[in-house]
Structure formats: C-alpha cells, structure tokens
Ligand binder design. Structure first.
Ligand SMILES: Cc1ncc(C[n+]2csc(CCOP(=O)(O)OP(=O)(O)O)c2C)c(N)n1
Ligand SMILES: CC(=O)[C@@H](O)[C@H](O)COP(=O)(O)O
Ligand SMILES: [Mg+2]
Length: 626
C-alpha cells in the first residue's frame, strides 16, 4: 500500500489531510526516521518527539512564506521529510548528503542555519523585524526546546521580543530533557505544570460553587479570583513568559495533532508576541528511545527493531573516556579540582567523575559563557576548575576567556574535546578553530597530545600550571597505547623529536597529526626521503629553540595541524621565523583551508583535505622533488 508520505512533496500537501490521516503520516515519518538513522546514526529521540508538532506547524503555517526557525535543528528530520527532501533523506549526515541540521543552502524551508543551541528566538525576532520593515504580513515561528532555554541568548531574545511586541510565535518544546536530564531553576519551574493544572481544577470547582450563591457569593468570587490569579502566578510557567511581555498559551499535549492544529490556528490570528508551551516525549513512538532518551539523543547505527546499538570495531579507549578517568584520579588526590560541563556530562566523559565527586561536579546547562566565568570565580578562590567542553561550543565564550580568565591569569583548565573534524555533525560542530582563537590570548597555554596517554600527562600539566591552560583532543578512539598510572607534568614549551631523520625535511606535527606524519615518514623512507618528525606538544608557548635550530639547518619545515591554517600553529611558526629573521628555510603549512568544512566521516574528511598518512606523504614527495 502506498504511503501518505510518498505524496508529500511540500507542506501544502498537508492541508487536505484529515487529523486521522495526519496521525497515519506521523507513524510513517517515524518509521522513515528510524530506518534511516538505524543506518546513518543521528538525532533520533529529539526528532521522534516532534513529529506531530512539525505536522501541525506545517499544516497551519505556510512555509516558506511563513518562517519556521528550529533551534539547534537536530529535531528537524520530520521537517526535512515534509519539505521536499524525502528522496534524499537516506543520505542524511553522510558525505555529500543532506545535513543533520538546518541549512539555507539546502532548502528555502530552512530559513536560518543552526547546530548550536538557543539562537532561534533572536533569529526569529530579526526575521520578524525584517518583515515589518519590508511591510510584509508573513508569520514567524521559533521552536525551542527546554534544554536550549537554559542558554542566556534565549533570554536576550525574549527580553527584546517582549519589548518590541512584534508578531512572533515562540513554541517551547518541553520534554523535560536536555541531552541528559535538564538542569536549573527554569527546568524545575516548567515542570510545575501538574501544580498549575491542580490550581486550574480547583479554580473551576470554587467558581461554580460561588456562582451558585447570591451577590455576596459573587463578591467573594471577585476577591477569590484576585487571590487565585496571584496564586496561579506563583505556580504556573506562564508567569515567566508573561513577565517578558509574551501571551502564554499552554501547556498543551504535543502529540495531539488536533489540539495542536486548533491552537496554532488560533495563534495565527494574533499579531503580538505569543509563547505556546507544548509538552512532548523525547523518543516518542520508538520504545528503546523512549526508555533511553539520552542514549538516543544522538546515536550511531542501531538495530531498527530492538534498538540495540551496533558495536564499532572495538579497539582502543576513547580520548574522552581516558580524560574522564584521568581527571577522576587527579581529583582523588587534589581537592581543589572541580569539573564543569555545559550540558554535556556524558559527551565530555564526566560520568565517572560526577559519580565519585558529586560535590565537585557542576552541569551549568547550555551556558558556555556562564560556565567559563563561573569556573573563573572558582579559580579566583584557589580551586582548580576543569571545564570540559567541545571545541566549537567554547567559541560562544570568547570574551569570557579574554576578560574573565586570561586577563587575570587564572588557573583554569580547558579540556577541549571534539577538536579537529568531528564527522557527521559537520561544519557547525567541527573543532577547527581553537588553536587560532586561543593563540591570540595572552597567558594561555595550549597543548595537543599525540595519543591518549600523553593526554593524561597534559591534563596533569594544565592543572598544575598557575594560569589558564587548554588541552585539545579529538572525537573518537585513542591509539590503544598503554596508559601510565603515575602522571607527570610536562615542562612548558617543550616538544619531542620522535624521528631524527637526516634533518633536511623537518615535520612539525600537532596532536592527531603526529601519527599520520610518522606513517608518512615510514612510507617515504623506502623512497629515500628521510624525514625528521617532531611531536610539537605545545602550540603555545612554542619550543622556540628547537624550531629555530631546525630552521637554521633544514631546507624545508612542514607544519601539520588539524585546525584551519588561518592563525594556527603554522602561522605561529611563520611569525617566529619572521620575528627572528630566520632565512633560507622554506615553510609549508598543512591544515584545513579558509572555508567551512562539510560533514562526513572523520577519515573521509582527513583524506579529502590531504591530512591522512597518504595525503601527507604525497605532499612531502612533491616538495622533495622540487
Ligand atoms: C551552544 C551549544 N551547546 C551545546 C550543544 C549540544 N546540544 C545539542 S542539543 C542539546 C540539548 C538540547 O535540549 P533541548 O533544547 O531541550 O532539545 P531536545 O533535544 O530535548 O529536543 C545540547 C546540549 C549545542 N548544540 N550548542
Ligand atoms: C546536536 C548536538 O549538538 C549534539 O547532540 C552533538 O551532535 C553531540 O555530538 P557528539 O555525538 O560528538 O557527542
Ligand atoms: Mg528538551
């Protein structure tokens, strides 16, 4: 039997469907999401949770004239399926395929690119302001999750929107989850829904009783209503949004398409700022995802029936895991160590730390800026905070790094996970800028380990250092090297010569690039090219002496980094050589170019950009024959 989904080429095809048909379509969409994500991986639970919400929005609002802005965009798979991307959906998150997030370049229905959280309200308000300036009449809708509502920019947007009172709809998709359990006072506040329903029922009962009485009864009713309003105000989530100047509607069942459609029809007729509070279940309709929403938030391939996760090739422990274990051990001996995450406790490997040292663990929510300044406060009082954070999310907190950390030279460790290419999440998530953005800040020490064992020692080095220090390491498995139990700080600014070579061509490799550089050296040895390979270890401070002495002797210096070339390690070497007047040495920089790198498996991207062993060998071969 043909599916309704196969007849949906654009949102306008939803208009003629009955509520019952929409229910059937929701089920078909869920099956499609599960089938494709079971092969490609993806953000399964967030997307399954908003299928009815997506259908109701697209049925009532006329995208792309009406603008629907999805926060993060990780929940927008149903949106992709009903906006003309059904045929390409099987390529989701693959090299050359459609994005796992929103992309203006992909569809006119994706009105604002995303991948990072909490931006939708500000973006939607900008779209609404542009509409008003242009004299258009379209609607603008921001859809934001309860987790993303922990990000400060969301309140900056609400504050401005309430003040402007533009025609703007904000849908709060409340599933009581961030990736892990949502944290913070707001999340407690939102979950007081039950209390508010209780107050609502109580109000109705009391009203009908008093209305049955005489005039005195009606006066009592007036007083009671006033009291009830303040009581309700104390207990309902609406109060918060009303204080921001929004009309509040909800909470409503986010899986009841009929109710959602009716509500949005009503809201469509308003012309001021409205917030619709919708309650959904993360992972809805797929039992394994409902049972383990954190696991299925973002997941690799799995069995589409049982939900069992397909095991990788096994092998070495991940950098993330080794970091978490090492930090826990260091904290066992050093009571000053406090671990901080911004809503990524599992992704950053802090699970064992939080279980062992709960009082010294903090999840600040999706609040990277706050997290950095909060950690700086701890550091100012003698603690040794370690902020474990993804490279691309730390970008949010650049001024905090500058103003609240480096300026005071505070002892704060940044454990920067997901540096380099991360894979299927693509350009919003690759950690390709941290060497550049950290290098410019005075006082900052920057390290990158060649393997997971060195990561442990670098962590120890960072925590022992009396100033800010960053250790950047990649997503995925380490090299499987033995792990030292006793950790020793590495003297700052010292690198390590791993292969002496004949000194004609010297490779200065950073972190993940050390392994492929050594492999390339082994390949080229058979061709009579005898490379020197240096594990740089410190991007700041540089090992000036070693670099300058090689520059004196070598014909060619090759720098290799899993970072953009602009402002990265290679740039630092060029600056040093220029400042010291080093002449006669040719410098070749290998790294990522000055553009946003697409999605794809990590190995595919490294290969595409010539940063695997083969690519490195090929480029040095060309240099050597010049
Ligand atoms: C700035 C930033 N920090 C962290 C993340 C990682 N992240 C992606 S989705 C998510 C949870 C979002 O929760 P919510 O908005 O409630 O959406 P749900 O997944 O529950 O649907 C987090 C922490 C991110 N994308 N951007
Ligand atoms: C949407 C988002 O930002 C996160 O879910 C991210 O995709 C997690 O990435 P990892 O899978 O590398 O933890
Ligand atoms: Mg949520």
């Amino acid at each position: 039997m043909s599916r309704i989904l196969d007849r949906i080429d654009s949102p306008s095809d939803l208009k003629g469907l009955s509520v019952a048909d929409l229910g059937i379509l929701a089920e078909e969409i869920r099956q499609e999401i599960i089938a494709v994500c079971s092969r490609n991986g993806g953000h399964v639970a967030p997307s399954l949770g908003v299928v009815e919400l997506t259908l109701a929005l697209h049925r009532v609002f006329a995208s792309p004239e009406d603008k629907i802005v999805w926060d993060v965009g990780h929940q927008a798979y149903a949106h992709k399926l009903v906006t003309g991307r059904r045929d390409r959906f099987a390529t989701l998150r693959t090299l050359g395929g459609i994005s796992g997030f929103l992309k203006r370049a992909e569809s006119p229905h994706d009105v604002f690119d995303a991948g990072h959280a909490s931006t939708s309200i500000s973006a939607a308000l900008g779209l609404a302001a542009a509409r008003d300036l242009a004299g258009r009449k379209n609607k603008v809708v921001a859809v934001i999750g309860d987790g993303s509502m922990t990000g400060g920019i969301a309140y900056e947007g609400l504050n401005h929107a309430g003040h402007l009172n533009r025609d703007l709809v904000v849908v709060l998709n409340d599933n009581e989850m961030s990736i892990a359990e949502n944290v913070g006072a707001l999340s407690n506040f939102l979950s007081r829904t039950v209390t508010s329903e209780f107050v609502h029922t109580l109000k109705k009962d009391v009203e009908s009783f008093l209305e049955g009485l005489d005039r005195i009864g009606r006066n009592v009713l007036k007083v009671a209503k006033r009291a009830e309003e303040s009581l309700k105000g104390l207990f309902t989530p609406g109060m918060l949004f009303e204080a921001f100047g929004f009309e509040y509607i909800g909470p409503i069942d986010g899986h009841d398409i009929g109710r959602l459609t009716e509500t949005f029809e009503k809201v469509r007729r308003f012309d001021d700022a409205v917030l619709v509070h919708v309650l959904t279940k993360k992972g809805k309709g797929f039992a394994p995802a409902e049972a383990k929403p954190s696991l299925f938030h973002g997941v690799g391939p799995f069995d589409p029936v049982s939900g069992e996760i397909v095991k990788g090739k096994g092998g070495a422990a991940s950098y993330t895991g080794v970091f978490g274990q090492a930090l826990t051990r260091i904290a066992d001996e050093d009571e000053r160590v406090v671990a901080i995450t911004a809503a990524m406790p599992d992704g950053t490997g802090l699970g064992s730390f939080s279980a062992r040292h709960p009082a010294r663990f903090c999840d600040v929510g999706i609040a990277e800026q706050h997290g950095v300044t909060f950690a700086a406060g701890l550091a100012a009082e003698g603690f040794r905070p370690v902020f474990a954070i993804y490279s691309s999310f730390l970008q949010r907190a650049y001024d905090q790094l500058f103003h609240d950390v480096c300026l005071m030279n505070l002892p704060l460790t940044f454990a920067i996970d997901r540096s380099g290419v991360v894979g299927s999440d693509g350009p919003t998530h690759h950690g390709l800028f941290d060497l550049s953005y950290l290098r410019t800040l005075p006082n900052m020490v920057i390290m990158a380990p060649k393997d997971e064992n060195e990561l442990q020692h670098m962590l120890k080095t960072a925590i022992a250092h009396d100033g800010p220090a960053a250790v950047r390491y990649p997503r995925g498995n380490g090299l499987g090297v033995p792990l030292d139990q006793s950790l020793v700080p590495i003297p700052l600014g010292t690198s390590e010569v791993l292969r002496a070579g004949n000194g004609t061509c010297v490779v200065l490799a950073v972190g993940t690039m050390v392994g492929p550089a050594l492999e390339a050296a082994a390949t080229l040895e058979g061709e009579g090219i005898d490379l020197t390979v240096v594990n740089v270890r410190f991007v700041k401070p540089l090992d000036r002496e070693l670099i300058l002495s090689y520059a004196d002797r070598a014909g060619v210096l090759v720098t290799i980094e899993e970072n953009v070339l602009q402002g990265g390690f290679g740039s630092a070497v060029l600056e040093l050589l220029a400042d010291e007047g080093a002449e006669g040495v040719a410098v070749h920089r290998l790294g990522f170019p000055d553009r946003y790198v697409e999605q794809g498996e990590q190995h595919e991207l490294r290969s595409r950009y010539g940063l695997d062993a083969e690519g490195i060998a090929g480029r040095i071969r060309v240099l050597s024959t010049r």
